[in-house]
Each structure stands twice: as C-alpha cells, then as structure tokens.
Design a binder for this molecule. Structure first.
Ligand SMILES: [Zn+2]
Length: 390
C-alpha cells in the first residue's frame, strides 16, 4: 500500500482502522493517525493534484553558516547535534514566513561527507535528530515534513563501485526518514542525472510509498554533468515516477527562469523551482562563478553578500514562476525568512510574518518631503544628499 493512498482514505473510523490493519508500517500508521486527528491536513500529492501550490524553504546550510553554526568549506550539518535549538529556530522562522514544508537538515549528512570532518560515527544519530527536529516543528504548525537526500560528491558516471556506496547512503537515509514519519522525500542538488536516478530509485524502493521530489542543479550548460539536456532529464525523472521534478541551487532567479520555461514545456506534472538568492547573469550563470562588482574578484563562497538578490527581485521571480505555473516553489542557498515571505505573498498566502510586512509610509526617511516638519525635512535632506535650498 502506498503512503499517499493511506493519506487519501476518508478518515471515518472503520476505514481508518482497516487501513491501519492493512498497513505494514508503524510510521505510516502514526502519520495517518496525525492526519486523522487533524482533518485539515492534506498530503503532498493531493495538494498538487488539487492544483494547490507548495512553498518549500531550503537553504539551511548557507543560512546556518552565516549565523556561525556551519563551517564554510566542508558544509556538513553537525549543528544538528551541537546546537539543535538553532536548527529548530530556523525551521520555525521559515514556517512563520510561509513555508509549507519543514525539510530535515540532513544535507551532506551522509557517511562520505561526515567522514571528512571525523563525525561519521554519529551519522545515524545526526540523521535521526534532524528528522525529529523537523517532525516536531511540522507537527506543531501543520506543515509537511520532508526527509532529504542530496548529491554525494562521489558519483561515478561510469558506474564504478562508488555508486554502490551511494545506493547504501541513500537507502539508509530513506529508511530513517520513513521511520521518522516523513510526509515525502526530497532528492536535491543533483548535477548528474544518473545520481538523481539513484536517489529516486532508493525512495521508490525503501520509501514505503512516500512521494519523491527530485531537483537538479543546473550549471553553465543547460545540461547535466552527465550530458543530458536538463528538460529531457527532468522529463525522464518524471516518467520514472518522481512526483515533482525541477531545479534547485546552482543558478539564481535570472538564469534559472529560462530553463524553467523549457522544463515547463516538456514536463507533464508539477515542476519545482528553488533558485539560489544571488544575482546570477547570462555571463555568470551560476552563483559559484559570480564576481564582486566592486572588486572584480571571485566572490564564492566567502564574499557573496554584495551579490545577494533584493527582496524586490525575489518578488518578481516569484511572480514569473507563478505565471509560468510552477507549483512547487522555494528558495535555496542565500535564502532568509524575509525572502520566503515575498514568495508566500505572491502565491497568495498570509503567513504570520505578514503582520510585519513593510509599510514604508511610516518611515521618517521615505515619506513625502514637502509634508515633513521643517527639521525632519532638513534631516532628510542631509540623509539623502538633497539640496538644502529646495
Ligand atoms: Zn543551494
């Protein structure tokens, strides 16, 4: 029995009990019980097939690095064990700002990456803790909780033994996600179609029917690094049974949008878009390639701040994505909660943080200068470099 079938059953008690009897998985039973208790809760597949949109905040690694809890370079998620309250707090911020999804912070939380920082013996504990933190926030706020698989950095397009290693990595992460009651599983930031397929295969094999969202990272060519045109790669993943396919990371809004238009043309089902929040251009298509406009120096990864998108740019991106029919929308590296609020508002939401949506009419420095009291007017003239005779 597939998870979503369980979720879509009418929750009248006899059917509910019958479902539980037929279900082999305690995790599914627990999840179903949660959904039964909260009749408003709708699973990912149902939301999307109803034509609803899903907002998913990503970018935990980058944001927690900026806050001083992740080391730039290795970018591994030990913060989950060392400062779990910081991870929970960021989950809550993103939900407050409009994210429908709490994604467990397991990015690079696999054996290969953790070995590099001497924490591989804590891998299971790290994954379980990350999933449990995400589940806790999701339950409290009626959000979807997603488990996460990511690019491993060891994929071998020639099918070497490293790929068996990847299969094992994905299998264990999927099994932990299922046990933690993940509502669906994200496989993200794959630059090789082959590795994305391994992730999808693991979700289908071990995910107990959990929906799969698979997103690729596009770099300069509109091709995967195993040389498949991106729209074709996405269509292939969709045909293999991914519930949502799309793009995350790699490119910012301006350079991701043209590729999204192509993807939208060939994909039949829901398409995902989660760009990095940086000003990539046709000349510098990826965030890794950006240069600081002031110094001309390569900016990635330490000096990216001057290249951050404005909130107005993110609002425009969200409007274009919405008009393009992007149903699964979010932001990746560079994301912060005020950006997610822009996306949420464009997608017609009123999350709690809208209480603090800007209203610059009340700003002493942005009002109509001729209506200001004489001294406030002078302060503004000094502030904005305006002529004092005006
Ligand atoms: Zn990213």
């Amino acid at each position: 029995m597939r998870t979503e079938d369980v979720l879509s059953v009418s929750h009248s008690t006899p059917q509910f009990i019958a479902v539980l009897c037929r279900s082999r998985s305690i995790s599914v039973a627990l999840r179903t019980q949660r959904n039964w208790l909260n009749r408003q809760f709708v699973g990912l597949r149902q939301r999307l097939s109803d034509g609803d949109n899903v907002i998913c905040a990503e970018g935990y690694m980058w944001e927690l690095e900026r806050r001083g809890y992740v080391k730039s370079g290795s970018f591994t998620p030990e913060v989950v064990l060392d400062h779990p309250e910081r991870v929970t707090s960021l989950h809550k911020e993103f939900v407050h700002a409009g994210s429908d999804v709490v994604e467990a912070f397991t990015y690079y939380g696999h054996r290969e990456k953790l070995r590099a920082v001497g924490r591989d013996n804590e891998m299971e504990q790290l994954n379980r803790t990350a999933l449990s933190l995400a589940r806790g926030v999701a339950d409290k706020h009626d959000c979807l909780m997603a488990g996460g698989l990511s690019n491993t950095t060891i994929y071998d397009p020639d099918g070497g033994p490293a790929n068996d290693q990847i299969r094992m990595v994905f299998r264990e992460q999927v099994e932990w996600a299922v046990k933690a009651g993940a509502d669906y599983i994200i496989g993200e930031t794959f630059n090789d179609l082959g590795e994305a397929k391994l992730a999808l295969e693991a979700i289908q094999k071990y995910g107990n029917g959990a929906p799969a969202v698979i997103t690729l990272a596009a770099y300069f060519p509109d091709m995967t690094t195993d040389d498949v045109p991106i729209p074709q790669a996405l269509r292939e993943l969709e045909q293999l049974g991914a519930d949502v396919v799309g793009l995350n990371c790699g490119r910012g809004p301006q350079t991701m949008l043209p590729l999204l238009r192509e993807a939208r043309k060939v994909c039949k089902g829901p398409v995902a878009a989660l760009p990095v929040v940086f000003r990539t251009t046709p000349k510098e298509k990826t965030w890794q390639s950006l240069t600081d406009p002031m110094t001309g120096k390569h900016a990635f990864p330490l000096d990216m701040s001057p290249l951050q998108c404005s909130r107005t740019e993110i609002r425009s991106f969200a409007q274009e994505a919405r008009d393009l029919g992007i149903q699964y929308i979010g932001l990746c590296c560079g994301n912060s909660s005020f950006y997610i609020r822009e996306v949420a508002e464009v997608y017609g939401r009123r999350p709690p943080s809208c209480q603090y949506t800007p209203d610059i009419r009340h700003s002493m420095s942005c009002g109509e200068i001729d209506k200001m009291a004489p001294h406030v007017k002078k302060v503004n003239q000094y502030m904005h470099g305006l002529s004092l005779n005006k």
